[in-house]
Structures are given as C-alpha cells and as structure tokens.
Design a protein around this ligand. Structure first.
Ligand code: HXC
Ligand code: NAP
Length: 300
C-alpha cells in the first residue's frame, strides 16, 4: 500500500528509517530450538513477526482460518526456516487445542505465543448489528484469551516457562471513533495482559502487549484500506513523519520474547513514533465518523 510521503523538509527530517529487512538486533540463533505459534501469521503484521522469529532460528506454527492465508504463510516463511500451518478459528477452544496438538506433534509445545489475529472493520457505532459487535469482540478479545489459556494450561502442567505477546492497538487507551467494537476489545486485551502477567509469572510465563501504530501493508482488508485512503496523508499526520514498517513490529516482538526481555512482563510496548500521544487543546475541526466514512444518514 503506497503512502503519500510529505515533501522532505531539511528542518524536519522526522524519525529515521529503520535498518533494512533481514537485519536483527538480537544474536543469530536466539530462538534456535524454540517453537513460536503465531495466530494470523499468514498476512500482514503476523507474517512479518513470524519472519523475524524465523530469521533468529525459530520453528514456526502459523494458525488461522483461510487456506489462502495458510498457503501465503508457507510460501513466505518456508524459505526462512521450518514452518507448519494449521487451520484454526480462535473463537473455538477445541480448534485451538487441535492447533496446539498439531504443533506438539510437529515441533513440540510452543515456547512463544503471538496473539496477533484480530477482527476489525470501520463502522459508525450506531450501524453495528449485535452480531457484528459480537464477532469482533469474540475474535479479538475472547480468541486472545482462549489461545492464552491453552498455552498456559499446557505450560503449567509441564512445568515449563513460556512467553506470550498480545498484539493490541493504541485506541485501547484513547477510544477509537469508527471502531467501537475493536477499540473496546483491544482495551480488554491490554487489561488482560496486566492480569495474566501477575497470575502466570510464578509459573514462568511472561505476558506482554505490543501495539503497532499505523503500519500499512498489502494484506490490509479492503474496507480498512479504503478508510485509510479516504483520509489525508498518512506520513504527514504522524509526529515521526513516516508510518511504521511491518518488520519493526517483528523486531519488538522478538525482543520481548527473547531472554533479553525476560524481566519485562505485564507491559504493553507501543511502536508508533509517539502518534498516540498527540494532544492539543485546539485540534483540527471535528469530522463526524459518518462523514469520514462517506456513509449516508442513519436510517434506524
Ligand atoms: C458492518 C459487518 C461488516 C462491515 C461484517 N459485518 N463485515 N458489519 N460492516 N464491514 C457483520 C456481518 O453483517 C455480520 O453481522 C457479522 O459482522 C459477522 O460477519 P461474518 O462475515 O459472518 O463474520 P466472519 O466470517 O466471522 O468474519 C469476521 C470479520 C471479517 C471480522 C467480519 O472482516 C474478517 O474475517 N476479518 C479478519 C481480518 C481482519 O479483520 N483484519 C483486520 C485487523 S486490522 P449480521 O448481523 O449480518 O449477522 C486491525 C487494526 C487496524 O485490527 C487499524 C487500522 C488503522
Ligand atoms: P490482517 O492482515 O487483516 O491480519 C489479521 C489476521 O487475523 C489474518 O491473518 C486472519 O487470518 C487472522 N484472523 C482473523 N480472524 C481469525 C479467527 N477467527 N481465527 C484465526 N485467525 C483469524 O491485519 P494486520 O494489520 O496484520 O493486523 C495484525 C494485528 O495488528 C491485529 O491484532 C491488529 O489489530 C493489529 N494492528 C494493526 C495495525 C496496522 O496498522 N496494520 C494497527 C494497529 C493494530 P484468517 O483470515 O486466515 O483467519
């Protein structure tokens, strides 16, 4: 997804571009002999996060619903290292147990769980059907809980340590006009990180959150892409004067789950160039969500 980058101004260079794809801050082999399960790892940020673990030696298990996404994971990740894919809807505890069974049979019990899968679409809150609300909350919040529960139960029973990273969103703190369902679900995820880190720390299970800023990518769903395209320049609207790159989330996730991050737990790391901290007493004029989304009047 191309971004309309602002004309460079030498007075305002913005935050520097990151190192190239394939670089790593961690030592080679940091995740050798480690198994990493990534939900939604066949697209977008999940695929980029999985790739960074693989570059550091991990064996990957990618779990999501759609065969085309599992095939995309295989195609992108197999050249980097061992990868297995498994069909799984994270709303269903039995399917999650099946995905963990498949992981155990192929590589062993996952040492790291990346709860990346989520559901979202733009909509004025008053337009959402009860089932639309439930669908997003079931996938984003309940699915994250159910995967975490399966991971923890198996590690507690085995007496082995583990690390969980939950991918969130900054509207967990700020609210998200146009995304009431997702924002509420992500607030639940952020809160759950804090609870589970305390509950499971004594068993050696670390739980953290990881929040991307605006990170456009080619797999973004059509309605989210259209919603972004309807609005003004993405880079110019960020304090960093650039958007995020998928690999930057991969580097943060691998750090949190690495031995170098093992005393960090219950924390949510925001990787967004400070965009969510923008606060002014005078903001740009309010544009109602229906206008932002080009939706007609509410019809009841
Ligand atoms: C309004 C919608 C809708 C839409 C679905 N629904 N899409 N309502 N606007 N665009 C309603 C349906 O009408 C239905 O309600 C209910 O939601 C369930 O729809 P299904 O299609 O049956 O659900 P399902 O097949 O389970 O699909 C889930 C999904 C879909 C969320 C609707 O979009 C999906 O699979 N998404 C996965 C990928 C994804 O969401 N990625 C975004 C992550 S990005 P009724 O009442 O009719 O039964 C992210 C951060 C982005 O989270 C940040 C942006 C900057
Ligand atoms: P994406 O490409 O649409 O990824 C969503 C993934 O979730 C898909 O791979 C999808 O795979 C999987 N998924 C959805 N429902 C599922 C279910 N019921 N069971 C199993 N898997 C399911 O979006 P993305 O941008 O990479 O988002 C990844 C994460 O980053 C999400 O948590 C999102 O909220 C967060 N985020 C992204 C941005 C951004 O700018 N990109 C910003 C803030 C937060 P299947 O369809 O195959 O199931």
């Amino acid at each position: 997804m191309a971004d309309d980058a602002p004309t460079p101004d030498p007075a305002y260079p913005g935050l520097p571009a990151p190192p190239p794809l394939g670089s790593s801050a961690l030592p080679a082999g940091t995740f050798a002999d480690r198994v990493v399960l990534v939900t939604g790892g066949g697209t977008g940020l999940g695929k980029a996060i999985a790739a960074e673990f693989s570059r550091l030696g991990a064996s990957l298990v990618v779990a999501s619903r759609k065969p085309e996404h599992l095939a995309a994971a295989e195609e992108a990740l197999a050249p980097l290292g061992p990868v297995a894919t498994v069909a799984c809807d994270i709303r269903d505890a039995d399917q999650i147990a099946g995905a963990f069974d498949a992981a155990v049979a192929t590589f062993g019990l996952p040492d790291v769980l990346i709860n990346n899968a989520a559901a979202n679409f733009p909509s004025p809150a008053e337009d959402l059907s009860p089932n639309a609300w439930r669908t997003v909350v079931d996938i984003t919040l309940t699915g994250t809980y159910l995967c975490s529960r399966e991971f923890a139960r198996r590690h507690i029973a085995a007496g082995t340590p583990g690390s969980i990273v939950d991918v969130g969103a900054s509207y967990a703190w700020t609210g998200g006009p146009g995304f009431a369902h997702s924002a509420a679900a992500k607030a639940g995820v952020k809160n759950m990180v804090e609870t589970l880190a305390v509950e499971w720390g004594p068993y050696g299970i670390q739980v953290n959150g990881l929040v991307p800023g605006l990170v456009p990518h080619e797999d973004m769903t059509a309605d989210i892409q259209q919603n972004l395209q309807r609005n003004r320049s993405h880079a110019a609207s960020q304090p960093a004067l650039r958007v995020g790159l998928p690999r930057e989330l991969g580097w943060a996730a691998t750090f949190l789950a690495s031995p170098y991050g093992s005393f960090i737990s219950g924390h949510t790391l925001v990787v967004d160039g400070a965009n969510w901290q923008r606060r002014h007493l005078t903001n740009p004029p309010v544009v109602p969500v229906r206008e932002q989304m080009g939706r007609g009047p509410f019809e009841g």
